[in-house]
Ligand binder design. Structure first.
Ligand code: SF4
Ligand code: SF4
Length: 364
């Protein structure tokens, strides 16, 4: 995470990264900069004065470190930032206003709607689609061309589905993105349910373009897939691909098909802000602020919420247009909420409607 912040700052802003801090005394250099032990921070502050400390850790552990630093060194919130606060709020604004560059923290590109599983509470309601589409390769390439002509850097770019390994074009799409846009992508990965074996070509390309893989673990709900998931995991690991196994004891129910809060506009605005979803999706040349709301709306009422949609092909190249995109990504829209927020329990971080992981539809 520290490396990703460094890359983004160096490429898109006037700020300078001067050093890294770590708990590990054995580390001395990273990205040609000094790495100091965290206890050296007091002395460093006295020498350097005006510095911002960005904590390159996930929020939960980052909060603990932030409190530790704040009390030890009397730092205020302006000069000690969580990774998410920095890359999802401060940095996109700095990059835009200082350097006229567009930085988006995270985008998932949907390459197929087909899947090997039929999870009853699929967060994108896939089992309820009338027709699950396989997006054509030429269209995927055009969408990528348009996106990377408008955006300078995307912190995390994920190829997803459905189950992306079902796409016959996955390897070619990785080759295309790797060859043409790898320098505009921070972390590049795929997310899979681990039920489809990767080909050697896919593994080689993932290695070549320094990709990682997230394997969502559905084995609690579908024990029969465990041997296959273990095999898939082993194949990625053996190929040297950084592999993250996302085990989860519980899922949450978004509730799209059953919830109706009857909230007022101001309550919806507050709820939308509180939810603060990070799940941006890209499909058909449009970014959806909340990919879950997009698929729910499409499945349940066939409508498209304009507040949830940014059409990349309709975007011009002016500074104003770039601001419009960054503002959309930061959560600014015409009404201050999405239509689906009225029918949603919120994203994982705020939702306590826990359900069984990966329970399959009874027809499966
Ligand atoms: S594995 Fe389950 S949750 Fe994931 S996309 Fe497929 S149906 Fe949806
Ligand atoms: S409340 Fe639900 S629909 Fe609204 S942004 Fe959050 S996850 Fe999306």
């Amino acid at each position: 995470m520290g490396g990703r912040i460094y890359d983004a700052i160096s490429r898109l802003s006037c700020l300078t990264v001067s050093a890294f801090f770590d708990r590990d005394e054995g580390k001395t250099e990273y990205k040609s900069l000094p790495v100091y032990h965290k206890d050296f921070y007091r002395q460093y502050l006295e020498e350097k004065g005006n510095v911002i400390l960005v904590i390159g850790l996930p929020d939960e552990t980052g909060e603990i470190v932030k409190k530790e630093f704040a009390s030890a060194y009397g730092l205020d919130t302006g000069c000690c930032k969580l990774y998410s606060e920095f890359v999802m709020h401060d940095f996109p604004i700095m990059a835009l206003y200082q350097s006229n560059r567009v930085f988006l923290d995270s985008i998932s590109m949907i390459i197929t709607e087909q899947c090997t599983l039929k999870c009853e509470k699929c967060a994108i309601m896939l089992p309820y689609f009338k027709k699950a589409e396989q997006y054509p390769l030429e269209r995927l390439k055009q969408d990528a061309d348009e996106l990377f002509s408008k955006v300078d850097l995307i912190g995390n770019y994920t190829l997803t589905g459905g189950e992306p390994l079902l796409s016959r074009d996955l390897a070619e799409m990785i080759r295309y993105l790797g060859e043409n846009y790898r320098t505009q992508i921070g972390s590049f990965k795929i997310i899979t349910n681990g039920t489809v074996l990767p080909s050697q070509e896919l593994l080689d390309l993932m290695q070549q373009y320094e990709m990682a893989v997230d394997i969502s673990d559905y084995t609690a709900g579908v024990p029969a897939i465990k041997p296959r998931v273990d095999e898939v995991r082993e194949m990625f690991e053996r190929a040297g691909i950084p592999t993250y196994f996302l085990s989860s004891a519980q899922w949450v129910d978004f509730g799209f098909e059953s919830v109706d809060h009857h909230y007022s506009c101001s309550q919806l605005q507050a709820f939308f802000n509180y939810c603060h979803t990070r799940c941006r999706g890209y499909a058909g040349g449009k970014i959806r602020y909340c990919i879950n709301a997009y698929f729910a709306e499409r499945t349940l009422n066939g409508r498209e919420d304009v507040n949830n949609t940014f059409d990349i092909f309709m975007m011009g190249n002016s500074e104003e247009e770039r601001k419009r995109l960054v503002e959309f990504d930061l959560g600014y829209n015409g009404s201050g909420f999405l239509g689906m927020c009225q029918h949603c329990n919120g994203t994982c971080e705020i939702n306590t409607h826990f359900i069984e992981v990966g329970k399959q539809c009874s027809s499966h």
